[in-house]
Ligand binder design. Structure first.
Ligand SMILES: CC(C)(COP(=O)(O)OP(=O)(O)OC[C@H]1O[C@@H](n2cnc3c(N)ncnc32)[C@H](O)[C@@H]1OP(=O)(O)O)[C@@H](O)C(=O)NCCC(=O)NCCS
Length: 159
């Protein structure tokens, strides 16, 4: 499985994969997700990322992976965190090891850059991604809890 570093010439391919991820994942699972963002602001965002030494941008299997070294957190001064910001494999290439190859390249990059922690976020409803990340060795650490629809009607506005 070939994993390649994104170059500025790869921007259209990266943008296409990022837009497809928005449509397939966030756009279906988060009612507040702005699925028009990649077409509107993606070119500026991803082209800055390709040239940023604190970011990793990879292509493989008709998809992509973006990694980023997080800024130091004064509350967790010993942590050097590399975040797997986004990833996707093209539907025709899934379950043939492309995702694993992308994550392995990300982990190697994180280690080379001094990270002692790697994190990723996924929607609780994205069972395929959660199973995939578990297969890569990730385990749940923090959870975001969200109140069900209708919580506004339970608020006592007399206070
Ligand atoms: C999640 C994703 C990146 C996985 O990529 P992939 O190339 O299919 O993954 P791999 O082939 O390397 O899978 C490795 C192992 O992970 C697990 N796995 C991967 N996809 C899985 C799925 N849908 N359901 C259950 N387990 C899965 C399996 O253990 C698999 O090994 P196996 O095929 O021998 O059983 C891909 O399915 C995808 O792009 N999904 C849509 C976008 C998405 O959800 N991205 C993540 C957003 S947080």
């Amino acid at each position: 499985m070939t994993v390649s570093l994104c170059t500025p010439e790869d921007l259209p391919e990266l943008l296409g994969s990022a837009a497809a991820l928005f449509a397939e994942d966030g756009g279906r699972r988060d009612p507040f997700m702005d699925t028009g963002w990649p077409a509107r602001d993606g070119a500026a965002y991803y082209s800055a990322l390709i040239g940023d030494p604190r970011c990793l941008c990879l292509l493989a299997g008709g998809g992509h992976l973006i990694g980023r070294l997080r800024s130091p957190d004064p509350l967790r001064p010993a942590a050097v965190t590399a975040v797997l910001e986004s990833m996707r494999v093209g539907p025709a290439h899934r379950r043939s090891g492309a995702g694993t190859a992308l994550v392995r390249a990300f982990l190697a990059w994180a280690a080379e850059n001094g990270a002692n922690e790697v994190t990723v976020q996924a929607y609780a409803a994205n069972e395929g991604a959660l199973a995939f990340y578990r297969a890569q060795g990730f385990e749940p650490f923090e959870l975001t809890l969200r109140h069900r629809n209708g919580w506004l009607s339970t608020v006592d506005s007399s206070h």
